[in-house]
Design a protein around this ligand. Structure first.
Ligand SMILES: *[C@@H]1O[C@H](CO)[C@@H](O)[C@H](O)[C@H]1NC(C)=O
Ligand SMILES: *[C@@H]1O[C@H](CO)[C@@H](O)[C@H](O)[C@H]1NC(C)=O
Ligand SMILES: *[C@@H]1O[C@H](CO)[C@@H](O)[C@H](O)[C@H]1NC(C)=O
Ligand SMILES: *[C@@H]1O[C@H](CO)[C@@H](O)[C@H](O)[C@H]1NC(C)=O
Ligand SMILES: *[C@@H]1O[C@H](CO)[C@@H](O)[C@H](O)[C@H]1NC(C)=O
Length: 472
């Protein structure tokens, strides 16, 4: 296709590229820091009026739009249907490939638009890019817990997508370790409190700490913890089951990642690490934080959590106990016997992670967490899709069979919420607890309706959608 345009095109491309490079260098000099790999940050900077000279800005914009005209002709367009990135237009480089990324929905009609990118939390039935053209690849980024958008977690919806990035190891870009910065923070002893000091502090502190302010989520953790509290004392600093106040200087949600707050937590022997949902591979900072601090996590959440632990004896797994009473007995036994307790911290003291799967998962991932020297997971997702689109463009040009991509139901799934059977008496009485199961069941119907309407391939109103959900 490009070849038809001939030499003139390449020459003008070269001139534009050279000119662009020149301006880029100017800007680098001006700004002193140029965002790695993103041709585009220039565009953003210009749009956000960060450049000092209006002349430079005008110059640069005109180059950008000229480039854009070509861009439409020669770069595949990746249209973010959710305004996640807020970027109106950016040429993004992914190694050797370049794609144009935009949130501007007018590009839906553009023949160069090859992929439509969705952020799961705002995947909405109100406005979907329908009719879907044969060459429209749908890509889903959803790192969140199921409670954010249950309908995505069922086979009829997840299989609508060609490409996925989710917390599941089965997705195309697994984000399972998204809350772990690196392996060094795990073995670090920066916050470590010795067992002698912990025993001394026990005069004033409970053996176990709980800090949660998102109360009564689908995992029903608060019911379990409330029952546990009958058998062993727990200091609860958050809004849920609150029984102890933080010192005023850290008593603020923004201090959740503050070192002062970490030092308070690190004084405890055990930290309750209960996820808000119970699904395979759904793991958050609730697991990693106690491990970083040198406390023993008491974990409830991912059913396959053992695959992700630094070593076999590092975490107490709630599901191994038949009742909170049994768990409490075990906690008290470790609280009394230092050598039994310290077995759980052996790996930390030795600085040794024995789980090679975990080591590989961190070393092999193509993105970083809070690391400016690496792409973040959204960049990595954009590039995964961009590269796959380019691969197929090249195959097509050679007249070869293109690759097909399709999500399967394992890319995002989670079983229905199961509330605990203990009697939960809480005041004020919460209604959320009773809602999760019916809302999960309802979301199955929504998934079916959505699938039917998308396959029909015409746009639809939300009224039509809800009629369909309730009729069938
Ligand atoms: C969206 O793109 C169209 C061209 O496709 C352009 O005319 C319009 O100004 C853009 N909108 C925004 C908000 O940038
Ligand atoms: C702690 O537990 C170990 C292993 O069960 C046992 O050998 C030891 O006697 C216990 N220590 C105390 C002080 O109870
Ligand atoms: C944990 O124990 C299992 C068997 O009990 C073993 O196969 C596995 O290699 C151990 N994992 C680590 C990280 O030591
Ligand atoms: C994307 O998914 C749709 C629907 O399943 C399918 O028709 C299309 O062939 C897929 N595209 C690619 C490139 O795999
Ligand atoms: C569907 O799209 C057409 C044009 O693309 C528009 O006129 C119509 O209002 C849309 N219908 C719904 C239900 O959104």
């Amino acid at each position: 296709m490009i070849r038809i345009w001939g030499v003139k095109f390449w020459v003008s491309c070269l001139i534009i590229a050279f000119f662009f490079l020149f301006v880029t260098l100017q800007v680098v000099v001006e700004l002193g820091n140029f965002e790695k790999q993103k041709v585009s940050s220039l565009v953003q900077d210009a749009n956000q009026q960060k450049l000092s000279g209006p002349l430079l800005k005008g110059l640069h914009e005109s180059i950008f739009y000229r480039k854009l005209e070509h861009g439409v002709g020669s770069y595949p367009v990746m249209l973010w249907w959710s305004p996640l990135t807020g970027e109106n237009g950016r040429l993004g480089r992914c190694g050797g490939e370049t794609c144009f990324f935009t949130i501007n929905r007018t590009y839906l009609q553009n023949p160069m638009t090859k992929a439509i990118l969705f952020y799961g939390t705002d995947f909405n039935i109100d406005s979907l890019p329908l009719p879907r053209k044969l060459y429209h690849e749908w890509a889903l980024f959803h790192e969140e817990s199921p409670k954010n958008n249950y309908k995505l977690f069922h086979p009829p919806t997840i299989t609508l997508f060609n490409h996925t990035a989710t917390f599941s190891r089965h997705s195309h870009l697994p984000l399972t370790s998204q809350y772990l910065e690196d392996l060094q923070t795990l073995t670090s002893v920066e916050y470590f409190v010795s067992i002698q000091k912990k025993n001394f502090l026990r005069k004033n502190l409970a053996p176990v700490v709980y800090v949660q302010s998102d109360c009564d989520p689908p995992s029903d953790r608060d019911t379990y913890v409330q029952e546990l509290m009958k058998y062993v004392s727990v200091d609860s600093y958050g809004e849920c089951l609150h029984n102890r106040d933080l010192p005023p200087q850290v008593n603020n949600p923004s201090f959740m990642d503050d070192t002062q707050f970490y030092r308070i937590l690190a004084q405890y022997k055990f930290i309750l690490a209960f996820e808000n949902a119970v699904c395979e591979d759904y793991i958050t900072e609730k697991l990693w934080r106690p491990l970083k601090l040198g406390c023993v996590p008491i974990y409830y959440g991912a059913t396959n959590i053992e695959d992700w632990l630094p070593c076999n004896k590092s975490v107490i797994i709630v599901s191994k106990f038949s009742h909170p009473r049994e768990l409490a007995q075990y906690i008290k036994q470790l609280d009394r016997n230092d050598s039994l307790y310290m077995e759980y911290l052996e790996w930390k003291i030795q600085g040794h992670i024995s789980n090679s799967d975990l080591i590989h998962a961190i070393k092999d991932r193509t993105w970083g967490v809070q690391d400016v020297t690496q792409d973040n997971y959204i960049d990595a997702f954009e590039c995964l899709v961009c590269r796959r689109v380019w691969d197929n463009i090249r195959l097509q040009r050679k007249g070869l069979q293109t690759k097909r991509w399709k999500a399967d139901s394992k890319h995002l799934s989670c079983p229905a919420p199961k509330p605990f059977s203990f009697i939960a008496e809480r005041s004020p009485k919460t209604s959320m607890r009773e809602l999760w199961k019916p809302s999960f069941e309802q979301s199955k119907k929504e998934a079916k309706a959505l699938r039917f309407l998308v396959d029909r391939n015409r746009n639809f109103t939300s009224e039509e959608f809800w009629n369909f959900v309730f009729k069938h």
